[in-house]
Design a protein around this ligand. Sequence first.
Ligand code: GDP
Length: 494
Amino acid sequence: MDDMSPSPHIMYDRLLGGLLIEGFDEKSCRSRYQFARYHKSPNIPSPYLIEKLRKQEALQKKCGPGTKAYREASKQLRSGQSINMTDCNYLLLTIHAGMGNRMLEITSVFLYALLTNRILLVDRYKEIGDLFCEPFPGTSWLVPSDFPLNYGEFTQSSPESYGNMLQNKVFGDNTERSLAGTRPRYVFLYLDGNCGFHDKLFYCEDDQQFLQGVPWLIIRTDMYFVPSLFLIPAFQDELSRLFPEKDTVFHHLARYLFHPTNNVWYSVTKYYRSYLAKAEKRVGIQIRIYETKGILQRNGPFPHILNQILSCAQNQKLLPEIAMTEGAAAETQNKGAAAETQNNRTIAVLTTSLSSWYSDQIQKKYDEHPAVDGTTVEVHQPSHEEYQRSRNKKHNMKALAEIYLLSMTDELITSGFSTFGYAAQGLAGLKPWIMFRSENHMVPDPPCGRAMSIEPCFHQAPFYDCKAKRDTDLGKVLPYVRHCEDVSWGLKIV
Ligand code: GDP
């Protein structure tokens, strides 16, 4: 064991309960086998999931880029003739959103690939290769640059869009669609948050049956659509075998799929060792602000959000109370000094935010008014990028590093609605305290609430009952698919 380990005396399971296999070159991707040093997990992946992952790896290797099967499949795609299904059928994900969304969408699409025995390929143009190592042994998940279709130009209303085809009754009515003998060579599935009624028929069993016969699926989404897969009867048996603990889908699949590249990982581990490792407790606070202020539409700083963070952290005893009045401050300072001799505990707070104002203010409060129990509170924030720039590689690398750092904390406070926080809580296996959205610049009451599970929320889940052909409340159909704490119309697995 080298000096990278934060807890040299604790044994760790570098293969994450069998999710990972030995055999990858360790030097070219340190994070793969070092992740476990920084992360514990009470959740064990099922033997069935492990078996399925090994089968998927074999399929990715047999059919992936560079193989005869891939050459044949892409040649047929280029030829314009209809193609028969073979053992090698593909799912290509186009990528466009922020880092949290990307991790959620890749995980959803990977689960869909597992359920439908397809090879997962991802867009090579959105620097995925600079952010994550290859997840599958002996092959690449990046779609080759000579891929025959210009998928970047597909839109919701393109002729190849499935929703558009349904709307225009290209396959006739519903019954004709499920019986249709010939299938297109490929379809484009537009499943972004703003997709329409016909696009969302993807989540219906009949449509799944139809899509089973389409050799190439090109998918665009920025959503964690896993909860809706649990609502498709044909997938339910397989999903319960894969995930006997249903609320661990993202946790296991993200730990399996995502291994930050060395550049990102070095910055994560260096920061962890410098600022977080020595503290008795680490509290992560993820601050994502969607409100804007005044005519300039600036998003902050907002004193009510600072108050919300502090109330949440102190009410839930994640951070100690501070004395706020002058007299009390002096009194506490004395008490603090006395307590400090018995209590040399340090809490390291890791904040992440586009702005540095909140962490500066939190630190200032604990510097000016010592904690009542004498605990030292140190606040650290790796970056403050000011605004989102998801097309910038360095910016995305910082975002990814911070998601991983948040996932290395012992307790988490996250901002509701934010996929950045969902990704961190899922990797960590921690149920966060979610700060609810404030209205009219007021601190909500309560300021935060405990998440029901570690799963992300599907923000724009459909509410259509495919069998009954009418809208219904899909948050009430299964005990383990419920409405989210932070997005009342969304769905999550609990
Ligand atoms: P969401 O929009 O909150 O759901 O999360 P996403 O991660 O999908 O998109 C937000 C993007 O904004 C991130 O990927 C970053 O590019 C940037 N961003 C937001 N918050 C932070 C932060 O705390 N730290 C860093 N480095 N970037 C952030």
